[in-house]
Structures are given as C-alpha cells and as structure tokens.
Design a protein around this ligand. Structure first.
Ligand code: PGA
Length: 254
C-alpha cells in the first residue's frame, strides 16, 4: 500500500501478560515480523515486563512502548514511573491519555499536556489518545470533543515536539466492543484532526504527523482502515495479545 506517511502500528497490552507471557509473545513477534520494513511496529507491555521485553526485542525491528508515565521526573510520587526510568530501558514510545485513564483515573487534558512535555524532554515519543464517547457522537459533539482534547493535550508543544508525537484517534464506543468505526467515519475524524493541527501549528507539520486509529482493529478490518488517506496506523488492544492475530494484522496492513 502506498502511503504518504509510514504506518505505525502499536500493540497496547493493557493490564495483561505476566513477565513470562510477555517474553514469549515478544520472542514470537520478533520471529514473525522480522522482514517487515514498511511499518513501524511497537509493543507496549505492562511496566513489570518492560525490562525483559526490551531485551527480547533489542536487535529487532520492534520498538518498546509504555502505557503511561508521570508528569514528574523524580521524587515523592508513590506508585508512579518517571520518563527517565522508561528511557533507561530503551523505551521509545509512551501512550498518554488513553480513554481508560481519562475515564478511570480522571486524567485531564492539562495533565496529558504536562506528561507530553515531560516525555519529549526525556526523549520519548508520546502517543496521545483522543476520542469521543458514544453519547457525544450521537448528539453530534464528536468534533467539539476531539478538538478540545487535541488542543488541550498538545498545549505548549513546540513544532519539533509535535513532529515527534503520534496521535491516536480512538472512539471510546469502539474500544474493546467489537464495534469498529467504519473506515469513512475514521477518515472523517482523522482529516478533521489534521486540519486542527494545521491551525495550531502549520500545514507542513500537520501533513507530517501520524494519526493512528484505535478501537477493535482486527486482522480482517486493518487493511480497509489503513487504506484511508489520513489513517497512518493503529493502536491495537485485544488483537495485539495474540501472536497470530497481531502478526496477521500487521501483514494485512501493508
Ligand atoms: P481494542 O483496544 O483494540 O481492544 O479495541 C484499543 C485500545 O484501547 O487502544
């Protein structure tokens, strides 16, 4: 598939996989995906498995991502993980503002913006998640919600930092539900986000930033979604937990 921007597909393992299970899956993916050059591939295991998975993928084309981090760099923040600690394990990406964290941990756009800044300062590339709830879509508020999340969560980033940021558009009603947005629905919001980026930054930056789609992406719908002009990859939950489905999903996307 001929794409304007290189696809980036990341597996978000969420709170699944022990250390041993993580190593098994990572080793399997290294084997299965070793010839893939057309896609940037990342896996985001739980914190406890980052160190071991980092070793498994060290000489491969798979990059390491974390699922969250603190906005602070060190100190008295019990239970938190700092960007520098992730960097030490050769982590490249960090998912920020996932809808589950926005909902259950009450993460605000301001907090996500602070985390994004901290991530960049440490040399990590944030994957900043945005997306509307079902009732917001049904009442015609999708653009309003996505716009305030994009503006708020990227507030204060320089143009250079924006270029190193990935946005993940994940309609909350499509996450883990088996309900995927149609490729037209996804394309429409992706184009809207790109237009916003050109207003906040400039057209050149907007055209370079990669926007992933997330929400029930599976091996059989990946190609159709990835073929949309402004869809530059996927953030994958459920289908990333299984060696065969994640490998197939990636191969089908090319
Ligand atoms: P899903 O999750 O693929 O299981 O819908 C996507 C996500 O939450 O990132």
């Amino acid at each position: 598939m001929d794409k304007e921007r290189k696809l980036i597909i990341a597996g978000n393992w969420k709170m699944n996989k022990t250390v041993n299970e993580s190593i098994d899956l990572a080793n399997g993916l290294v084997r299965e995906l070793k010839d893939i050059k057309e896609v940037d591939i990342a896996i985001c295991p739980p914190f406890t498995a980052l160190s071991e998975v980092s070793k498994s993928i060290i000489d491969s084309n798979i990059r390491l991502g974390a699922q969250n981090m603190s906005q602070n760099n060190y100190g008295a923040h019990t239970g938190e993980i700092a960007a520098g600690m992730l960097k030490e394990l050769s982590t490249r990406y960090v998912i920020l503002g996932h809808s589950e964290r926005r909902e259950y941990q009450r993460e605000s756009n301001e907090l996500i913006a602070a985390k994004s800044k901290t991530a960049h300062e440490a040399g990590l590339k944030p994957i900043v998640c945005v997306g509307e709830q079902l009732d917001e879509r049904e009442t015609g508020k999708t653009e309003e919600i996505v716009s305030s999340q994009v503006r708020g969560s990227l507030e204060g980033l320089t143009e250079e930092q924006m270029l190193g940021t990935v946005i993940a558009y994940e309609p909350v009603w499509a996450i883990g539900t088996g309900k995927t947005a149609t490729s037209e629905q996804a394309q429409e919001v992706h184009a809207f986000i790109r237009k916003l980026l050109s207003e906040i930054f400039n057209t050149e930056t907007a055209n370079a930033v990669r926007i992933q789609y997330g929400g029930s992406v599976k091996p059989d719908n990946a190609r159709e979604l990835m073929s949309q002009k402004d869809v530059d990859g996927a953030l994958v939950g459920g289908a990333s937990l299984d060696l065969r489905s994640f490998s197939e999903l990636i191969k089908n996307s090319i």
